[in-house]
Design a protein around this ligand. Structure first.
Ligand SMILES: [Zn+2]
Length: 312
């Protein structure tokens, strides 16, 4: 299976400071893992810049302008937008490339060039709300891609599945009032950012939150996939499936407190590919979110991409 890999060196230039877990070394670790011989068949393309207009599909236009205006032109010191979210001179291009990667993946998949794509990008996106940066995120990459699919390619029903250890409050906020957008999340709770309760169901049951206590592992997550998330996706019947692929639910992760192993990420990937085959003509686009242990991040991302390349 031919899989498209979208990334850009500019995503390494979003400097966050030596103390920050969301470091350029994360993306370096992912790209190094994807340089192994078994990934030689990946088709590699550079992520384009997302325009203000495209970013404004998921965000208030004034917010897009204000975030980009807040990015310093020079200086080595990262500037705080909130206690967790920082910007540095390279952040504007990195953020535009990150969202641009998902947009280009949508164009490639909806144009029929590929069925599957992975976006190796940073900054991550799923905490970014319509008018607020949050949790290391400036723009909501996956939501920008989803709304681009709708606006440009006239895709009606779009689902995002998010297996990052944190709830994607931003994606939920962008999707919750639109019955043709589905957001399903597994995440640790109680935990940052505090949203993602089971009772948050969206305007038409189009939000599915599956919170897990600290220490929850693969058995519980797989059961939730089989009993709740997959049936909900089968009922929703998306035309396009996007994945917010965070790997911070890995047991090695220093930020998250869940107990997933690399094999659990591979298993979830296979299940989501099956959903895409049943409903989306096989179309599935995955994008990197969190994951803060470099070895676990590299291993789990490699396993995820390997399944995208090899699963029928
Ligand atoms: Zn996370």
């Amino acid at each position: 299976m031919s899989v498209l890999l979208l990334t850009h060196p500019a995503c390494l230039d979003h400097e966050t400071g030596s103390w920050h877990p969301e470091s350029p070394d994360r993306l370096r670790a992912v790209l190094k893992a994807l340089d192994a011989p078994e990934f030689a068949a990946l088709v590699r393309e550079e992520a384009p810049l997302a325009s203000d207009e495209t970013l404004s599909l998921a965000h208030d236009a004034a917010y897009v302008k204000s975030v980009l205006a807040a990015i310093p032109a020079t200086g080595a010191q990262a500037l705080h937008l909130d206690p967790d979210t920082v910007v540095s001179p390279g952040s504007g291009e990195a953020a535009r490339r990150a969202a641009g990667a998902v947009v280009a993946a949508v164009d490639a998949v909806m144009g029929g060039r590929f069925d599957r794509a992975f976006c190796a990008i940073r900054p991550p996106g799923h905490h970014a709300e319509p008018a607020r940066p949050m949790g290391f995120c400036l723009f909501n990459n996956v939501a920008v891609g989803a709304l681009h699919a709708r606006t440009v390619h006239k895709v009606n029903r779009i689902a995002v599945v998010d297996f990052d250890v944190h709830h994607g409050n931003g994606t939920q906020a962008i999707f919750e009032n639109d019955p043709d957008l589905f957001y399903g999340s597994i995440h640790q709770a109680p935990f940052y950012p505090g949203t993602g309760r089971i009772s948050e169901r969206g305007v038409a049951g189009n939000i599915m939150n599956i919170p897990f206590g600290a220490g929850s592992g693969g058995i519980m997550v797989r059961r939730a996939f089989i009993e709740r998330l997959i049936p909900a996706l089968d009922e929703f019947m998306p035309d396009l499936l996007l994945v917010s692929a965070g790997f911070d639910a890995h047991h090695r992760d220093p930020v998250g407190g869940m107990d997933l192993g690399t094999e659990d990420f591979a298993w979830m990937t296979k299940e989501l590919i099956e959903v895409a085959r049943r409903h989306c003509g096989g179309r599935i686009i995955s994008t990197l979110e969190g994951g803060y242990d470099l070895r676990a991040l590299a291993d789990a991302t490699a396993s995820h991409v390997h399944v995208l390349m090899t699963a029928p």
